[in-house]
Design a protein around this ligand. Structure first.
Ligand SMILES: Nc1nc2c(ncn2[C@@H]2O[C@H](COP(=O)(O)OP(=O)(O)O)[C@@H](O)[C@H]2O)c(=O)[nH]1
Ligand SMILES: [Mg+2]
Length: 355
């Protein structure tokens, strides 16, 4: 399951700087593999300290983290949805993403041209372009569905959902913010239906201004915003991994902004990880919250889902506390679960599948 997050924002808000910081992060790269797929697409390992612990326990040859793909999407500016500026090629890129990471500039720099620091207005500008693009999509598609409903009455519910979406968008609200069920809207490929992660690209002064950060937080509530300094995060890449770690520790930073971004991204999308471990690898796998054991097995291999028999499950905390699978079994902490079992974050699993 490749999770893709599209980075959007006004020109000079720091999208590419953030992208580079994400995809060339040395601290992450020493522990986790990553790759730049094309100049604007990069895969990043999701930091997960549990993997190192499992790898030590199982003497695994390597660690494979869950990955998130980031795409640096340029081209949104006022009027972009009407095809002004770079045109609307960026719309296709956003359509392919599972979530949007909206970067807003909160750094002052006279050398980097920008039309005043105004996060509320910037978010409004971007949101408006997404909403306008969606309005066009719905307007174009509605007549077809209206015609279809005359012959096929069962499409009436879908039509009602589309009309509701149209009303919401007409008011300037995103589908995601309105909390509309995305299912009946699927065929419309709406941009504003995607979960949004807000990144405020701050300078060090802005990061130190707690009252200012509270205002930004209120701007996007109930979403949890991420505050980081993209230029600073990128500069960490110039250091060796040890230097970067020491530097962060000196600054009293517990979790680098980029780690935080990966974690908030997972939570926003309702994702979680389960773990597998053995002498070959210790590995994290991405699934949706609420998935059952056979669905999770299918992420490893489609055959595992089809021929699922059972799963041996030990929670990570139990495994680490007891020190081995054998000890966990003796202590009764190893459970045999069937096809209805709902996976929990941090389950360490071995699936049994039939021939
Ligand atoms: N001072 C400062 N400059 C930044 C920061 N983030 C980006 N920049 C600079 O702003 C300029 C535009 O950044 P870029 O990432 O290319 O913006 P994009 O147009 O959104 O991709 C570059 O010169 C960056 O070095 C930051 O946090 N602080
Ligand atoms: Mg750029």
């Amino acid at each position: 399951m490749a999770l893709t997050i599209g980075i959007v924002g006004l020109p000079n808000s720091g999208k590419s700087t953030l992208f580079n910081a994400l995809t060339r992060n040395k601290v992450l790269a020493t522990n986790y593999p990553f790759a730049t797929v094309t100049p604007n697409v990069g895969a990043v390992g999701v930091p997960d300290p549990r993997l190192q612990v499992l790898s030590d326990l199982y003497r695994s040859e390597r660690i494979i983290p869950a990955t998130v793909n980031f795409v640096d999407i340029a081209g949104i500016a006022k009027g972009a949805s009407r095809g002004e500026g770079m045109g609307n090629a960026f719309l296709a890129h956003i359509r392919e993403a599972d979530a949007i990471c909206l970067v807003t500039r909160v750094f002052a720099d006279d050398d980097v041209s920008y039309d005043g620091i105004d996060p509320a207005s910037d978010i409004e500008t971007i949101t408006t372009e997404l909403v306008l693009a969606d309005l066009q999509s719905v307007e174009k598609a509605l007549p077809r569905l209206e015609k279809e409903v005359r012959i096929k009455r069962e499409s009436a519910d879908k039509l009602a959902a589309w009309q509701r979406a149209y009303d919401v968008l007409s008011e300037g609200t995103t589908i995601f913010a309105a909390g509309l069920d995305p299912e009946p809207l699927r065929d419309l490929w709406l941009l504003s239906a995607k979960p949004t992660i807000y990144v405020f690209n701050c300078d060090q002064a802005a990061l130190a201004d707690t009252a200012g950060l509270d205002k930004l937080r209120a701007l996007v509530a109930p979403a949890e915003p991420i505050f980081l300094d993209a230029k600073f995060e990128a500069e960490l890449n110039e250091m060796t991994a040890d230097e970067a770690r020491e530097f962060l520790a000196d600054m009293g930073v517990a979790e680098p902004g980029l780690d935080h971004l990966a974690h908030v991204g997972f939570a926003t999308l309702g994702l979680q990880t389960f773990l597998t471990a053995g002498p070959k690898e210790a590995r994290a796998w991405t699934i949706h919250q609420g998935w059952t054991a056979p669905l999770a097995a299918g992420v490893i291999h489609t055959d595992f889902q089809k021929r699922f028999i059972k799963a041996e499950v030990i929670s990570y905390d139990d495994l680490v506390a007891l020190g081995s699978v054998a000890a966990a079994r003796t202590a009764g902490k190893s459970r045999i679960e069937g096809k209805d079992y709902v996976m929990q974050d941090g389950d360490v699993v071995e699936f049994r599948a039939g021939k």
